[in-house]
Design a protein around this ligand. Structure first.
Ligand SMILES: [Fe+2]
Length: 291
C-alpha cells in the first residue's frame, strides 16, 4: 500500500505556537506523537511519499527520526527541508528525493509537488464512466488563508463547463488535494482515503474554520438592540477598511450602514446583493452574513 502526507515539520517547535498552532508542549512531544501516528498505520512493506517540509533541523536529527518511521520513504522536497544540505544527513533513508514526480496509483495518475499546481498535467483525463484519472497532491499552504483561496479556485474551476469532442459540455475537473498532516491527525493516508477526506473537508470548509485559524476576522456590528456578527477573510477585511476609510467611516460604521440599508430599503438592497453576486464582489458566504 502507498500512503501520502505533507508538511509534518518534525522538530519544528514554532508550529505549536504560530502558523498551525498544533498545541504540543514541545517539539519533542510533537515528534513523539507524529511518530506514533505514522507507525499506527504504516507497515514495513508500505510506501510513504512525504510531500515536502519533512523536518526542521540538522541532518542528524532527520536521520534519527527517519530510523523510527516504518515503511519505504520517498521525499518531494519542500522549502523547509534544509537538512538535505547537511553533510551528516544520510540520503539512503529515502528511496528517492525529487522536486516533482508523476506516479501511477492503482490505474490513476498522481501529480506530486510540494507547491500546488493549478493546471496540472492530465487534468482533463477521465475514464469512460467520467471518473477522473489524474489527481494533484500538494502541501505547502497548510491550513492557511492560501488554502482558503485555493479552495475558492478549485470550486470555481469545477463549476465551469467546457465544450468537448463529444459535442457536449462537461465540468472541468480540478482534483487538487492538500495532504496536510493535521487534516489526517498526522497519519499517512492512501489516495482513496485522501480523496474521501478532501471531499468531506471541502464540503464543511466555512468561515468558522477561517476564524478559528486566524485567517478571517469576526466583526461585531451593533445594530438596534442587538449585535450582528460579520465574518470576513483578512484580505477582504483590509480592502473594505480602506474603502470605508475613504468615506471617513470605520469598518464597523460602514458595515452598519449596509445593515441599515438592508432594513430601510430591502428591495434595493436585495438587488444590490444580486448585482454583487453577479460581479463576484463578495462571496456567497459573506453576503449570507448581510442578508
Ligand atoms: Fe510546510
Amino acid at each position: 500500500m502507498r500512503y501520502y502526507i505533507a508538511d509534518l515539520h518534525f522538530n519544528h517547535g514554532n508550529m505549536n505556537k504560530n502558523m498551525d498552532k498544533r498545541g504540543f508542549e514541545s517539539a519533542e512531544a510533537m515528534n513523539e506523537y507524529m511518530i506514533k501516528q505514522w507507525n499506527s498505520k504504516v507497515k514495513t512493506g508500505d510506501e510513504v511519499v512525504v510531500l515536502g517540509d519533512f523536518c526542521f533541523g540538522s541532518g542528524k536529527v532527520a536521520n534519527k527520526i527517519l530510523a523510527r518511521l516504518r515503511g519505504k520513504k520517498y521525499l518531494i522536497v519542500g522549502n523547509h527541508d534544509r537538512f538535505l544540505k547537511d553533510k551528516e544527513f544520510e540520503p539512503e533513508w529515502f528511496k528517492w528525493i525529487e522536486h516533482y514526480k508523476e506516479l501511477n496509483d492503482d490505474n490513476r495518475k498522481v501529480i506530486l509537488s510540494h507547491y500546488p499546481i493549478f493546471c496540472y498535467n492530465g487534468q482533463y483525463r477521465k475514464d469512460v464512466g467520467d471518473n477522473p484519472l489524474v489527481y494533484m497532491l500538494y502541501g505547502h499552504v497548510h491550513n492557511t488563508f492560501d488554502e482558503y483561496l485555493l479552495n475558492d479556485f478549485i470550486q470555481r474551476t469545477r463549476d465551469y463547463k467546457r465544450f468537448e469532442r463529444d459535442k457536449e459540455y462537461h465540468n472541468i475537473p480540478c482534483n487538487m488535494i492538500n495532504c496536510f498532516c493535521q487534516f489526517s491527525d498526522y497519519v499517512p493516508l492512501s489516495l482513496d482515503e485522501w480523496i474521501a477526506l478532501d471531499k468531506n473537508r471541502r464540503r464543511n470548509m466555512d468561515i468558522e474554520d477561517m476564524i478559528k485559524t486566524g485567517q478571517a476576522l469576526d466583526i461585531d456590528v451593533s445594530f438596534g438592540d442587538g449585535v450582528m456578527k460579520v465574518a470576513l477573510p483578512t484580505e477582504k477585511y483590509y480592502r473594505l477598511k480602506d474603502a470605508f476609510a475613504e468615506q471617513g467611516l470605520t469598518i464597523e460604521e460602514g458595515l452598519k450602514r449596509f445593515v441599515e440599508w438592508s432594513v430601510e430599503k430591502p428591495v434595493e438592497f436585495k438587488a444590490w446583493v444580486e448585482e454583487c453576486k453577479k460581479e463576484g464582489y463578495f462571496s456567497e458566504m459573506e453576503l449570507k452574513a448581510w442578508t
